[in-house]
Design a binder for this molecule. Sequence first.
Ligand SMILES: [Zn+2]
Length: 288
Amino acid sequence: MCLLCDAKSAALDSTNASSNPLRWSSRRAFVLAAGATAVLPALAQVDVGGGSSLRKLVPADQLEKAATQQYGQMMDEARSKGALAPEGHPQLVRLRAIASRLIPQATKWNSRAGNWKWEVNLLGSKQINAFCMPGGKIAFYTGILDQLKLSEDESAMIMGHEMAHALREHARARLAKSQATSLGLSLGAQLLGLGDLGNVAANLGTQLLTLKFSRDDETEADLVGLELAARAGYEPGASVTLWKKMVASSGSGGPGFLSTHPAGPDRIVQLEANVPKVRGLYEQARKK
Ligand SMILES: [Zn+2]
């Protein structure tokens, strides 16, 4: 899944950041800068394009089903080891409260999300980690809350980021690419319907756990997550303090986590540049 720690490998991706398809709406930025209070359009403020058409090779419903199964197994295993936070656990209660504010914003990014059976759980682990599987299955590790001493706003930024991966179907696109490769078929054959995709779902669940997102996916998740959280009334500046904490924690989150963190400064600069653009959404949400 997202494995925030993958920021390291993402940073090593040679993708040129300037080719990033993300563009904040300049018109919207202008409106915000002008302090106008016009009624907000229903559509999202970030322009992130239509998503990878490759993802259609993996049926969304099958992927969501596989993710649900995998998530259920993970939670069962955690429970059997006493590592699943029980109902009423204060940190879990706080996370679910955050989710209840973010989830109503989700369908703006993916209409399927309206039918997702969202779940939020907390796993006892020192790992600095969190994820949201396709279909809205969210988990936080206690390590990320405790070691980074996250505020509510910062926790919301992480949850928004993870939800954004699911809403933008990054896993679906990644799996479609790897599936096409592993079948040894040209994408052309796949697209013409000649590929054997019947067994795709069988392996999806396990692949989800080792999935690595690209740098572009991470950037998209940062920005979409920032907007989701702002719309839910969470302070946009928390995205910046969150990543500063991530950088500061380098090396303390278990093997490989941000042991080098070239992504940190990049992300922070980009988030700092975008925070003012969602501040209007945040302020409007606070008035409700
Ligand atoms: Zn991510």
